[in-house]
Design a protein around this ligand. Structure first.
Ligand code: ADE
Length: 355
């Protein structure tokens, strides 16, 4: 099978079956960029409301460049992998200083921006500018390994690079963006990741080598990811009068710069929690244990135990300032301003119920 044979049937299928998506309706460089970054780790349906809100609040590259850190993190709240949006802002600032605020119509220049790899650069270049560059992500790798009956490990950079070279040879000069999206769309709707592929609906049924050999379900091959580190944590839902107590995370590392419920390593007993709270110069009034919860990050898994602790409204004399830069915030302010990662979702619920 020659890969060039897929071009026509795939495009024809795409024009008849593509989903109508907000970023497809009006594929400006900025809209394509924002959507592709959001779609990297998140499903299409989940991305839609985030995409709409992001575009409304930050309608173009210069708005993104000038936004506050808290605003961009708030817009990303719940999407995870926050370095994605920090890098987008860095790139936006560079585009403003280097390219007058417009995304350059040049694959290599796009590729050189922070947070933009070969996939995203290919997507922006092809979809927004009609440049004939491939956009090979995990979905496309799955489609290609099945089409070519390849047992190579798609998590290897070398394999991805070779697939990109093969696509680049056949990508049509007219509407390369539609061609890239047709591969993505086939991976999303037909050559699906979980469960059996829907070969009966596939426009490439007659060409697919995996299907011919009956091995489509064995592909693609991926090396299993390394085991995650397990970490016990105790999360504190601290309420004082009608205020929640939040803490800003350090500027570096996991969930950098986001706001969190105060928490400590290990699973603490009630006594230990009360003692910790007092160490923060706070006076506990009541304490209640909350159910355990789990959150899975890419490299760590948090196994959490929670406590709801009501504390006395502190008198904010200089000597009684709470330690560790704890912030006392009202519910409305918390919802509007502070981005709290989903990892704390199980306990933020109690906070909302209590306030
Ligand atoms: N996933 C990644 N990029 C996409 C796109 N442009 N359309 C739909 N799903 C996608």
């Amino acid at each position: 099978m020659e890969l060039t044979e897929i071009v026509e049937p795939l495009l024809k299928w795409y024009y008849g079956n593509a989903r109508s998506l907000p970023w497809r309706e009006e594929p400006t460089p900025y809209r394509v960029w924002v959507s592709e970054i959001m779609l990297q780790q998140t499903r299409v349906e989940a991305v839609k409301p985030y995409f709409a809100r992001f575009l409304q609040e930050l309608p173009d590259i210069s708005h993104l460049a000038r936004a506050s850190e808290d605003q961009i993190l708030k817009l990303w709240e719940g999407l995870g992998y926050y370095s994605r949006v920090r890098n987008m802002q860095k790139a936006a600032q560079l585009i403003c200083t280097e390219y007058g605020g417009e995304m350059p119509a040049d694959f290599e220049k796009i590729r050189a921006l922070p947070g933009i790899g070969s996939y995203t650069a290919g997507a922006i270049a092809s979809i927004a500018f009609g440049i004939a560059k491939p956009a090979v992500d995990g979905n496309v790798l799955r489609v290609l390994s099945r089409l070519l009956a390849s047992y190579e490990d798609i998590l290897k950079q070398s394999v991805k690079k070779r697939m990109e070279e093969q696509v680049e040879k056949v990508i049509p000069k007219i509407r390369p963006g539609d061609f890239n999206q047709s591969l993505i769309e086939l991976g999303a709707l037909v050559c699906v990741p979980n469960g059996p592929p829907k070969c009966q609906e596939c426009p490439l049924l007659g060409l697919c080598l995996a299907r011919k050999r009956g091995i489509q379900q064995e592909l693609p091959q991926k090396t299993p990811p390394r085991a995650r580190r397990l970490e016990d944590r105790t999360v504190l839902v601290l309420v004082s009068d009608n205020k929640a107590i939040l803490r800003k995370r350090p500027a570096k590392g996991l969930l950098a710069g986001l706001y969190e419920l105060p928490n400590v390593e290990g699973k603490l007993s009630e006594e230990q929690v009360l003692s910790y709270v007092r160490q923060q110069s706070l006076s506990p009034l009541r304490i209640r244990q909350l159910p355990e919860a789990k959150h899975v990050f890419s490299h760590v898994e948090w196994h959490m135990l929670g406590y709801l602790v009501r504390i006395e409204e502190p008198e904010m004399t200089p000597l009684q300032q709470p330690k560790e830069e704890l912030l006392f915030v009202e519910k409305e302010e918390m919802d509007r301003k502070f981005s709290i990662p989903s990892a704390f979702g199980a306990y933020v619920r109690y906070l909302r119920e209590t306030l």
